[in-house]
Design a protein around this ligand. Structure first.
Ligand SMILES: C[S@@+](CC[C@H](N)C(=O)[O-])C[C@H]1O[C@@H](n2cnc3c(N)ncnc32)[C@H](O)[C@@H]1O
Length: 242
């Protein structure tokens, strides 16, 4: 293990292209690594996040899953008992979307290639929006939040699930050790990609704290915002009303 194992975060000007390339390249191994590196806890995080969407208020509505990857989050919503709506699942890494298609019914989940910073939808068309482990990867977080605000109907919710860094010092030390030392090595071996799993901890370190992200949601126009930390503070769910 050398310092070179921990890649520097890519320059912001490169971020869009870099992120698109790495997710396109690691797509075949993404699900395996996701569940392995999170010890499968990501499944319960997704269920908790979906439960904050208040989709039950519009069970036949049309919902957006942005940065949808291999469609796990969209499939979680689509699988909720009583859900009768549609999920439009967008991502700019098409291999990720393609690999996810077998998880869902094409009648319920509609994958679409699209950049979250320029969504190809009109204003106020969705009955709720959600993003799991996606906003952290946006080249411009505030522009992304504004774009999500734009496409949601007034009164509907945006829910964001993402990693964060624990505040409690002993947990934080363990987490940073895992994230900086173990995860990049396991990720590199299993994915075969030289930097993708070094980018992951770098992007988490670079991401706003849960309190700061809540303020950014408010600044984008959302109200009644809130967040909860998950699993000792290693992830968080945020929400806000359009
Ligand atoms: C860590 S994966 C998360 C995938 C999925 N939401 C999940 O929960 O497993 C991040 C995804 O965000 C996508 N992404 C990042 N920036 C994007 C952007 N500007 N537009 C569209 N997709 C983007 C990547 O291609 C990748 O598939």
């Amino acid at each position: 293990m050398t310092p070179a194992d921990i890649a520097s975060p890519p320059l912001p000007s490169d971020k869009r292209r870099y992120v698109r390339e790495i997710f396109s390249e690691i797509a075949p191994r993404y699900d395996l690594l996701n569940h392995l590196l999170s010890l499968n806890v990501d499944r319960s995080w997704r269920r908790k996040a979906v439960s904050r969407l208040e989709w039950e208020r519009r069970p036949g509505g049309v919902f957006l899953d942005a940065c949808a990857g291999t469609l796990d989050f969209a499939a979680t919503l689509a699988g909720c008992p009583g859900f009768r709506g549609k999920v439009v699942a967008t991502d700019f890494a098409l291999p990720m979307l393609r690999l996810g298609r077998r998880k869902t019914s094409p009648d319920v989940v509609w994958p679409a290639g699209a950049d979250a910073l320029q969504l190809p939808f009109g204003n106020a068309v969705f009955d709720g929006g959600m993003v799991a482990f996606g906003v952290r990867n946006l080249a411009d977080l505030d522009a992304g939040l504004l774009e999500l605000f734009r496409v949601l109907r007034p009164g509907t919710r945006l829910v964001i699930l993402d990693f964060t860094t624990p505040a409690f010092t002993p947990v934080r030390a363990l987490y940073l050790f895992y994230f900086r030392r173990i995860l990049p090595v396991v990720g590199r071996i299993v994915s075969g990609h030289p930097t993708a799993y070094s980018y992951l901890p770098a992007s988490v370190m670079d991401f706003p704290s849960p309190e700061a992200l809540e303020r950014r949601l408010e600044r984008a126009g959302f109200h009644d915002c809130g967040h909860i930390r998950l699993t000792g503070g290693i992830a968080a769910i945020h929400w806000g009303v359009r």
